[in-house]
Design a protein around this ligand. Structure first.
Ligand SMILES: Cc1cc2nc3c(=O)[nH]c(=O)nc-3n(C[C@H](O)[C@H](O)[C@H](O)COP(=O)(O)OP(=O)(O)OC[C@H]3O[C@@H](n4cnc5c(N)ncnc54)[C@H](O)[C@@H]3O)c2cc1C
Ligand code: SF4
Length: 517
């Protein structure tokens, strides 16, 4: 047995890394356990072949779908977690997302807290992660107590043209909120160089506002903070009452180690946090730790997402493309009674990254080389809310492996969003200035392995019968166990989940500081 820590945090991504940052100043003894290592800084970071074709930074994990078929999930085990690869589009959920929303396939439930409860933490999260944006441009956004700390990232000329065409056609495009360390007013001194290899790539120059750069590295010199890398937590042990976690079992360099903490925060990502709790079943918690409600692992969500490459006659030499968003269909409209979702950009495509999709693309534009397709494409991301369905769930088998059972919901809404998107393209000159006298839109739905936006497996709520966590993200059934990552989401909305995970970690961090004072 090792020495005792005040807080043990398991996972160093958006949730865990930010929680560690929030607690570091308290002087309490913190142990951060991360199963991955530092993501190596190397030229491959910005090379699409190793990143997209070879999947160099994707974990070697095997998960199984509901039919028992093996697949490789796109998860990333590094200091900083998924944020090392993320697109850093740091959106707040809309106020409506915190209430009940009627969808075509059912009800998206209300959160136990409101947008107003989260607003101060969103502001703090934006300050910490240095988010760029223009408040007030997007008609669906909630009120804000503080402006964005940085001005919006500008659109490059092709995107600005699209932005203006959208506005002229009566849409309400806005500058997307971005977490990159770009100083456009002083480019020679800017950490971010504004490149085309950001969304889905690690940042070679550490200029992305990821959890490693923003939250973890700045606290590592503190005497009260210890981080162990390559330290995979395999089990949580409790005392005989089952109310207190007494041992955090770690596999490190082939050895089994056990750590003790007064408070234990599981922040391993939605699927892995559920896995850890399920694999920690004991006499007092026969169905998995904190799982008297049978909700651990259930209600898995990851968005209905579609990427679209739209070709136009003009070339698109944009480097950093993720600067534009549109929420005109986020809420019900006069024409469609359901919320259809968010439209934003993805990272600029390139021939190498498209190679994995080659058969599809060759069909889509047979007369073009992939280079030409990439040169002309404008790349979009459409995202619709999926519902928290109990049967969509993580379970584990006798060897502790993840099984992910999932059926889509609200696909009609995604189809509606796509129809609106096609109309939009017609309005913004992508039909008129066509390629080979046709419109070319190539779209691809994100498969089960694309679990970038995973959430919901330990939802928070007031009722222990229907939720795993209370409103402070403490397990209802234990006195010292918290889950602080995207697992707590009772619903996912249709915007990216990162900022909400970060804001929540700051909120829970504040609660823990008060608890330990
Ligand atoms: C390619 C990509 C693009 C994305 N783009 C965006 C975007 O633009 N905007 C946005 O908001 N979100 C985006 N996301 C999603 C965003 O990164 C996640 O929502 C967010 O990081 C989730 O935070 P988390 O704390 O739940 O999990 P993570 O950030 O994944 O952190 C979990 C951590 O736990 C560690 N871990 C897991 N199991 C164990 C264990 N047993 N023991 C110890 N450590 C463990 C992992 O290694 C990891 O470091 C993207 C994700 C990906 C992959
Ligand atoms: S755009 Fe900036 S933050 Fe993103 S990878 Fe390039 S240098 Fe890094």
């Amino acid at each position: 047995m090792s020495e005792n820590y005040d807080v043990i945090i398991i996972g160093s991504g958006a949730g865990g890394g930010t929680l560690a940052h929030a607690l570091a100043e308290s002087g309490k003894k913190i142990l951060l356990l991360e199963r991955g290592d530092y993501l190596p800084r190397e030229l491959d970071n910005w090379d699409p072949k190793p990143v997209f074709v070879d999947g160099k930074y994707i974990s070697k994990d095997t998960w199984y779908d509901r039919d028992g078929k093996a697949f490789q999930p796109q998860v990333h085990y590094f200091v900083g977690g998924a944020t090392k690869m993320y697109g850093a589009a740091l959106y707040r959920l809309r106020p409506e997302d915190f209430g009940e929303i009627v969808h075509v396939d059912g009800m998206s439930p209300a959160w136990p807290l409101s947008y107003d409860d989260f607003e101060p933490w969103y502001s703090k999260a934006e300050q910490l992660y240095q988010v760029h944006g223009n408040g007030g441009e997007d008609p669906t956004e909630g009120h804000r107590s503080e402006p964005y700390p940085w001005p919006a990232v500008s659109n490059e000329p092709r995107l600005q043209q699209i932005y203006e065409n959208m506005a002229k056609a009566g849409y309400h495009p806005f500058h997307a909120p971005c977490g990159i360390l770009l100083n456009e007013a002083d480019r020679p001194n800017s950490t971010c160089i504004r490149c085309a290899t950001c969304d889905g790539y690690p940042c070679l120059v550490h200029a992305k506002s990821d959890a490693e750069v923003i939250a973890v590295r700045p606290i590592l010199g503190k005497p009260n903070v210890t981080m162990l890398r390559n330290a995979e937590v395999t089990k949580l042990e409790t005392d005989s009452s089952g109310r207190t976690v007494t041992g955090v079992v770690v596999s490190r360099d082939g050895d089994r180690e056990v750590y003790q903490g007064d408070i234990v925060a599981v922040c391993s990502g939605a699927a892995n946090s559920a896995k850890l709790l399920l694999n920690s079943a004991n006499d007092r918690h026969p169905n998995g730790l904190a799982n008297g409600s049978d909700q651990v692992g259930r209600n898995y969500m990851f968005h209905n997402s579609r990427t679209v490459a739209a070709l136009s006659e003009e070339e698109n030499p944009t480097k950093f493309q993720k600067t534009l968003g549109l929420n005109d269909f986020y809420l019900p409209t006069k024409e469609y009674q359901y919320p259809a979702g968010n439209i934003q950009m993805v990272g600029k495509s390139n021939a190498e990254a498209m190679r994995g999709e080659e058969p599809h693309l060759t069909w889509f534009a047979p007369e073009f080389s992939l280079d030409e397709v990439a040169k002309h494409s404008v790349d979009w991301w459409l995202s619709t809310e999926d519902l928290p369905v109990p049967e969509n769930r993580v379970t584990t088998d006798k060897d502790g492996n993840i099984h992910l059972s999932y059926s889509h919901t609200n696909l009609e809404e995604l189809d509606h969003l796509y129809k609106e998107f096609e109309k939009l393209l017609n309005h913004i000159g992508m039909a008129k200035h066509h390629v080979l006298h046709k419109n070319y839109y190539c779209h691809m739905d994100i498969p089960l392995g694309g679990c970038a936006h995973q959430a919901g497996t330990c939802r928070f709520g007031a009722d222990p019968a229907t939720s795993v966590l209370d409103t402070n993200c403490k397990a209802h059934e234990l006195d010292n166990l918290y889950v602080v990552d995207t697992s707590f989401f009772p619903s996912i909305g249709a915007v990216n989940p990162g900022l909400t995970a970060i804001a929540n970690a700051l909120r829970v961090g504040d609660h823990l500081r008060q608890r330990m004072a």
